[in-house]
Design a protein around this ligand. Structure first.
Ligand code: MLT
Length: 254
């Protein structure tokens, strides 16, 4: 992986393919390998940039206090480094929250936006408290209980569930804590949606046990020009569970 220094942290990324610049942002608590299986289907149309968000994978964070906007600023710094002015920004789940923050901060740098298994809403009070409880649990006892709770909810496919679990187990506790707090403090992006005049793609499995497909349908209702790909039988990681359908939908951003 390539590594750069940006915003006081070390950011690692992969870059593959040729075509429209496309940033793929992984969700919580994973890294860019989430996109490995779909990547070969995208490389003919896109210049694909795959960062590890700060703290995750090969990227390092200096502390655990940052926001979705900080993750987004890291992506902007990476695009600056690569001399790319505009890109399609696609995020999976928490990566979608980062993509929305990026669109809020840098609308002129977005050629298209994709949300995979994500949502525009902020956390309600109960969910927010749950995040802080999980962050304290990770600080005191490590990542084990978050992994145990989340891994079975990613997918019913045993091979892919093992992949998700191993990926979660590779991540640093500090990355969990930072991301849990950043997710708890994120703002509601619903009011932002009407300002999107670029192509928008929504990809969501109808068996997603972490973020229900209704969240994608609500965005589609607010944004009729969005392309919604509902993936029958897929859970939270359609880019692995149904890679052809995911790649086909993402090509609307080429
Ligand atoms: C993710 O997959 O990134 C998380 O489940 C998102 C969330 O917890 O809101």
């Amino acid at each position: 992986m390539e590594k750069i220094n940006v915003n006081g942290i070390q950011l690692a990324y992969e870059r593959r393919g040729k075509g429209t610049p496309l940033v793929l942002l992984h969700g919580f608590p994973l890294d860019h390998h989430l996109w490995d299986e779909v990547l070969p289907l995208l490389e003919d149309k896109f210049d694909v940039i795959l960062p590890d968000l700060r703290g995750f994978g090969g990227s390092r964070a200096v502390d655990s206090f940052y926001t979705m906007e900080d993750y987004a600023a890291d992506v902007a710094g990476l695009l600056d480094h690569l001399d790319i002015q505009k890109a399609a920004i696609v995020g999976h789940s928490m990566g979608g929250y980062v993509a929305l923050a990026f669109a809020r901060l840098y609308p002129d740098r977005v050629s298209g936006l994709g949300l995979v298994s994500s949502q525009a809403l902020a956390d309600n009070e109960e969910r927010k408290q749950g995040r802080y409880k999980s962050a304290a649990e990770v600080a005191d006892h490590g990542i084990g209980s978050v992994v145990e709770t989340m891994a079975p909810k990613f997918t019913s496919d045993q091979r892919l569930q093992t992949f998700a679990r191993e990926s979660m187990e590779r991540q640093q506790p500090a990355a969990y804590i930072g991301a849990l707090k950043a997710m708890a403090e994120r703002v509601d992006s619903t009011p932002l949606l009407s300002s999107f005049h670029f192509p928008v793609v929504l990809i969501h499995g109808d068996a997603d046990a972490l973020i229900p497909i209704d969240r994608a349908r609500e965005i589609k209702a607010a944004l009729p020009h969005a392309h919604l790909a509902e993936i029958p039988g897929a859970g939270h990681i359609p880019m692995m569970e149904s890679k052809e359908k995911t790649a086909k939908a993402l090509k609307h951003l080429a």
